[in-house]
Write a protein that binds this ligand. Structure first.
Ligand code: UD1
Ligand code: MG
Length: 454
């Protein structure tokens, strides 16, 4: 099959009014990736070399977004929404290039498993002209019904065109189709709009192809594969299904999730075996975790690389550009951004490290802040290997703390500190014997005099 060429036509011209959004429906994300990009990925995973995206509503925004997730896709504008067959024909120029297989998918059906597409392509390879992906449901209302006769698929009838008897059919059209490329345009060009909605239905090619002696078959798939999203409640439901699948995949690949239902992955999260993730952890895009890390509860992590055996959280925030090397530790209420925490370094409590390097084995005391921003520009803080930064210090960037440098607690460091030096950046303490008691007595008698006086 690998030699067979394949074009995927993804329909995404719909307005998606029920999303009540200024953003085109298919650009709403699931696991941080636009839903239509999930469809694109599935198509690619099923060996579809070329992609045609049919757009309409929000065309400019769609084109721009497509550049990011499918730079090689061709976009076609369907000016008027005259039905799904009309939409596919918007991509006529792509289809007419000549492909063995044409896959037609909807951009708002993001949970499609590539295996379903591969199975449909296989049926084309075996000689079918049209393959319809169907699903069974106890609540078929709204879907096109698969009409079979003598075990053969003969038509798809849209709900509005069904007889009462046909409405009882529970085998439905999921919307996905595979069509033999050599017949696709001939079949599509024969579709008329003589139906309840006066639309050009893609589904009509089933009856047309069957009538001309072509082989038409249904391939059954689980409902999730064809779950269409029309509103934000369905978007959340799809997100839930996606997360459930991903959590299971992570666990089966050797990751411990103590409370899987509370851990949220991104579409591109990479996480190595023997990592333990405690409850309530959020992974934004761009996270890579090697093996044996511990991610403690309530951590929020995005754009971060975490090497093996690191310890993160609880309550850590790792922002883009965080690079934790082996056995580094970032503890509670710490924020790291665009910074490398080298091997075995510890940033344990209530700290902000931004635009910085923390050298191997360095220890950053509680409440340390890298003052990286003057309101206009960002500056770098370089902390050498084995340095010790005392609690509640402010490191005013640009500044360098040399290897083994030692910063006294509560310092404001504005000048670089050489290797192995000790730096105090605070006023020296004065201790006055007996002064505390004297002060207290003075304040007490002043308060008493005020009270007596009225
Ligand atoms: C369609 C199927 C129905 C199936 C159901 C599954 C047809 C005629 N009907 O119905 O059998 O059970 O999906 O969800 O195909 N689109 C365009 N341009 C158009 C019309 C539609 O781009 O002119 C796009 C929409 O944006 C959407 C997809 O095609 O992504 C499906 O259109 P929709 O109106 O949702 O079709 P359904 O009535 O749900
Ligand atoms: Mg629909």
């Amino acid at each position: 099959m690998s030699q067979r060429t394949c074009l995927s036509v993804i329909l995404a011209a719909g307005e998606g009014t029920r999303m009540k959004s200024a953003v085109p429906k298919v650009l709403h994300p699931i696991a941080g990736l636009p839903m239509v990009a999930h469809v694109v990925r599935a198509a690619e995973a099923a060996g579809s070399g070329d992609l045609a995206l049919v757009i309409g509503h929000g065309a400019d925004e769609m084109r721009k977004a497509t550049q990011k997730f499918a730079p090689k896709a061709e976009t076609f504008v369907q000016d008027k929404r005259l039905g799904t067959a009309h939409a596919v024909l918007a991509a006529r120029d792509a289809i007419s290039k000549g492909y063995d297989d044409i896959l037609v998918m909807f951009g708002d059906t993001p949970l499609i498993d590539p295996a379903v597409l591969t199975a449909a392509r296989l049926k084309l390879a075996e000689g079918a002209a049209v393959v319809v992906v169907g699903f069974r449901t106890s609540n078929p209302s709204g879907y096109g019904r698969l009409i079979e006769k003598g075990g053969k698929l003969i038509a798809i009838r849209e709900e509005k065109d069904c007889t009462d008897e046909e409405k009882k059919i529970t085998f439905c059209n999921g919307g996905l189709m595979a069509v033999a490329g050599k017949h696709a345009l001939t079949l599509l060009d024969q579709v008329g709009n003589n139906n309840a909605k006066a639309e050009y239905y893609l589904t009509d090619i089933v009856e047309i192809a069957g009538g001309q002696g072509f082989d038409v078959v249904a391939a059954e798939a689980g409902f999730e594969n064809v779950l269409g999203i029309n509103n934000r409640a369905e978007l959340a439901a799809a997100e839930g299904i996606w997360q459930t699948r991903r959590r299971r995949e992570a666990m089966l690949s050797g990751v411990t999730l103590i409370a899987p239902e509370t851990v949220f992955f991104s579409h591109d999260t990479e996480i190595g075996a023997d990592t333990i993730v405690e409850p309530n952890v959020w992974f934004g895009p761009g996270v890579k975790i090697a093996t044996g890390a511990k991610i403690h509860a309530f951590s929020h992590i995005e754009g971060a690389t975490i090497a093996s055996n690191c310890d993160v959280g609880p309550y850590a925030r790792l922002r883009p550009g965080s690079d934790l090397r082996q056995k580094a530790k970032v503890g509670n209420f710490c924020e790291v951004k665009q910074a490398t925490i080298e091997e075995g370094a510890k940033v344990n409590h209530l700290t902000y490290i931004g635009d910085a390097r923390v050298g191997a084995g360095a220890n950053i005391g509680a409440g340390t802040i890298t003052c990286n921003y003057d309101g206009y520009s960002k500056f770098f803080t370089d902390i050498g290997e084995g340095a010790f930064v005392g609690s509640n210090s402010s490191l005013v960037a640009p500044v360098t703390i040399g290897k083994g440098g030692y910063i006294a607690s509560g310092s404001v460091i504005t000048e670089s500190v050489p290797d192995d030096a000790l730096a105090f950046g605070r006023a020296r303490q004065r201790t006055l014997a007996g002064k505390g008691k004297e002060l207290r007595e003075r304040f007490a008698s002043a308060a008493a005099a005020k009270k007596a006086g009225g």
